[in-house]
Design a protein around this ligand. Structure first.
Ligand code: PLP
Length: 407
């Protein structure tokens, strides 16, 4: 069988604008006319293929982007949303009702964790947060009330890789849906090829790649996407997490270079991870043999895209992490900013930023230390120059010496 290559799937798509342009035209309308009242009625009923009704429901621009993302993720269909959280919250609210339970990985994005723990609980939907790769714990957490299993393919911020083939087997044995957030590893991992039923992304990150747009997507079966879009009880229709057509058009253009960018992010991240590990720092990167998920990612990744652009490094204490990040920004090695997937390296201390919603005791339990810095490694052409300058910052701030003393 031919190997699945997500970049080929995007390359093979063909679009023409309404005047023969090589990019599809942007649909700049919130509502659409009908030649007959009967067709309008049929469209409301979901029976008029190819007709547009109202832009909260669907727009040509959003459908083009959705088609490309579904092709990339090897699913039947996709629905784009205004943000990654718009995708995640819509999926969870579509699948769960009061009294239901979710089993989630405990290492998920802070916003997802807060939504499950603080928001869904108010609606009577409870979440059990577990070590998702501990299959016995996973089995034991499932009850007759469980509706879905949730995890990130490469987790935020510890970069643990979910054992998707094993987790999906458990999910399907219990007739549960497996929902996977693939934001950290587009192209590198294709969760649907390993049993995921629903794949979500924050398009805000690598997929758009220019840190100018917030966006999200839900990739799944045509049946589930139709449910999400239902005018009667579809979360994407009724909660209103709609992407703007101009944004969809911009993201589609950026998506076409994603494979080239991911390769460079991955080459650069592996280079720095190997160098800093050799220097004696505590580095987490799934491409390193020392990473606890190295074997798992080696078994599920698509070849040719490396291990992704995310890396973490322990500076010892939060003060040291802050000092180091401020110095790296002054030296123009990147920006002290949350988010990921930019051409410049971005760094932040997750314990006090993107994962701050997670209580300190739980952060400790999952191995998230105070001094941890999360890096989204940029597209630097000369990565050895970057390494040398970063190392100088680590020497000047004492981060390197402190790490060597501990080792
Ligand atoms: N999923 C992951 C893994 C994230 O890192 C983020 C944001 O940081 C989100 C989802 C939420 O995406 P958005 O900010 O586009 O709503």
């Amino acid at each position: 069988m031919e190997k699945f290559n997500p970049a080929d799937k995007i390359q093979d798509m063909q679009y023409f604008g309404e005047f023969g342009g090589v990019n599809p035209s942007i649909s700049d309308s919130s509502t659409y006319t009908f030649l007959s009242a009967k067709t309008m009625f049929d469209t409301f009923e979901g029976n008029a293929d190819g007709c547009y009704l109202y832009s909260r429901h669907a727009t040509p621009s959003n459908l083009y982007l959705g088609q490309a993302l579904a092709a990339m993720e090897n699913t039947e269909a996709a629905n784009v949303t205004a943000s990654g959280m718009g995708a995640i919250t819509s999926v969870l609210l579509q699948l769960c009702k009061s009294g239901d339970e979710i089993v989630s990985s405990r290492t998920v994005y802070g916003g997802t964790y807060a939504f499950m723990k603080n928001f869904l609980s108010k609606l009577g939907i409870a979440t059990k947060f577990i070590d998702i790769n501990n299959l016995r714990e996973l089995e034991n957490s499932i009850t007759p009330k469980t509706r879905l299993i949730y995890c990130e393919s490469v987790s935020n911020p510890l970069l643990e890789v979910a054992n998707l083939p094993a987790i999906s087997k458990v999910a399907h044995r219990h007739h549960l849906k497996l929902v996977v957030d693939n934001t950290f590893s587009p192209m590198v991992v294709t969760p649907a090829n390993h049993g995921a039923d629903v794949v979500v992304h924050s398009l805000t990150k690598f997929i758009n790649g220019s840190s100018d747009t917030v966006g999200g997507v839900i990739c799944s079966s045509q049946e589930f996407i139709n449910e999400l879009r239902s005018v009667n009880d579809g979360a994407c229709m009724l909660l209103g997490p709609t992407m703007d057509s101009f944004r969809a058009s911009g993201i589609l253009k950026n998506l076409r270079t994603l494979h080239v960018r991911i390769k460079q992010h991955s080459v650069n991240a592996l280079y720095l991870a190997e160098k800093f590990e050799k220097d004696g720092l505590r580095v987490l990167y799934p491409g390193l043999k020392s990473h606890r998920s190295h074997e798992i990612i080696s078994g599920i990744r698509n070849t040719g895209y490396g291990f992704g652009g995310m890396m973490t490094l322990d500076a010892g204490t939060l003060d040291k992490a802050n000092e180091l990040m401020e110095m790296m920004q002054k030296e123009n090695l990147g920006y002290l900013a949350v988010s990921l997937g930019f051409y410049k390296t971005l760094f932040s201390a997750p314990g006090s930023s993107t994962s701050s919603e997670i209580p300190i005791e739980e952060q400790k339990e999952m191995g998230l230390s105070d001094g941890m810095i999360r890096f989204s490694i940029g597209l630097d052409e000369d990565i050895d120059r970057t390494y040398r300058k970063m190392k100088m910052c680590m020497e000047k701030t004492g981060v390197l010496n402190a790490a060597l003393r501990v080792a």
